[in-house]
Design a protein around this ligand. Structure first.
Ligand code: ZN
Length: 246
């Protein structure tokens, strides 16, 4: 089975469209690690697509914030403004769907899906120290997580945590073979707001038959996404950062 793993789409329809186009016919099931909405200007288009096409979706912190489940005191002013805008602009059906998303971890096939970490959906697993702790809570040898918007992840290799280096994906993709003696936390990166210095949309495809994860980076129409953010009256910095991937 080939799984398309998406995370942190953040209402960026142009980025998601590029991913849809690129992956046509290349996967059997789609899975999402959360943060469908918040930041960009097309929350309904993104949620509509996820509703129709994703077999498993866990919620992210922005999915809670943008549907009124959380109070916004922990959000910075820009994220708060985007959350309020999203709550005003999501349809009633999409608010209901997004508010009812499962809290991770969700188990599927031979892997699990979380937003932040297996013990705390809001934890940022950015470094080997946090990953080392998170590995202790996994029920499978493979997990997919998001939240940091940094493509890559970590490998538990005989009691040592290895960082999966920045995926250069110069030619657009890079494949990692899954060693059955190791444990993996794989971050597909962010579709809609990458923060690892590469503005291209990020995702992975996991092939459970051959035990391999392929990382992808693909260009998309950043200018249109930026224009929509500005025209919607969202904070302009949300448009600016897309160009630099920060
Ligand atoms: Zn996010």
């Amino acid at each position: 089975m080939r799984y398309l793993i998406l995370s942190d789409l953040h209402a960026n329809w142009e980025a998601l469209q590029a991913v849809i186009h690129e992956t046509d016919g290349k996967y059997d099931k789609a899975v999402c690690c959360g943060d469908l909405v918040g930041y960009a200007a097309d929350p309904n288009l993104v949620v509509d697509w996820i509703r129709e096409h994703c077999a498993v979706v866990v919620r992210g912190n922005h999915d809670r914030a943008c549907t009124g489940l959380d109070d916004l005191q922990w959000f910075n002013p820009v994220a708060r403004q985007a959350a309020l805008w999203t709550l005003e602009n999501l349809t009633k059906e999409n608010i209901e769907y997004t508010a009812l998303l499962a809290k991770g971890p969700v188990l599927l096939d031979d892997f699990e899906v979380v937003h932040g970490s297996p013990y705390d959906e809001d934890e940022y697993v950015l470094a080997a120290g946090e990953a080392g702790q998170a590995f202790g809570y996994l029920e499978n040898r493979l997990a997919f997580f998001g939240h940091t918007h940094v493509q890559g992840g970590f490998i538990w290799n005989h009691s040592r945590v290895e960082t999966i280096g920045r995926v250069s994906a110069r030619n657009g993709s890079e494949t990692l073979d899954i060693d059955p003696d190791c444990v993996y936390m794989i971050n597909p990166g962010s579709v809609g707001q990458p923060r690892d210095g590469d503005p291209r949309a990020a995702f992975v495809i996991y092939d459970s038959d051959v035990h391999a994860v392929t990382y992808y980076r693909i260009p998309y129409d950043v200018e249109t996404a930026q224009k929509k953010i500005r025209e919607a009256g969202l904070p302009p910095i949300l448009a600016d950062r897309l160009m630099v991937g920060r």
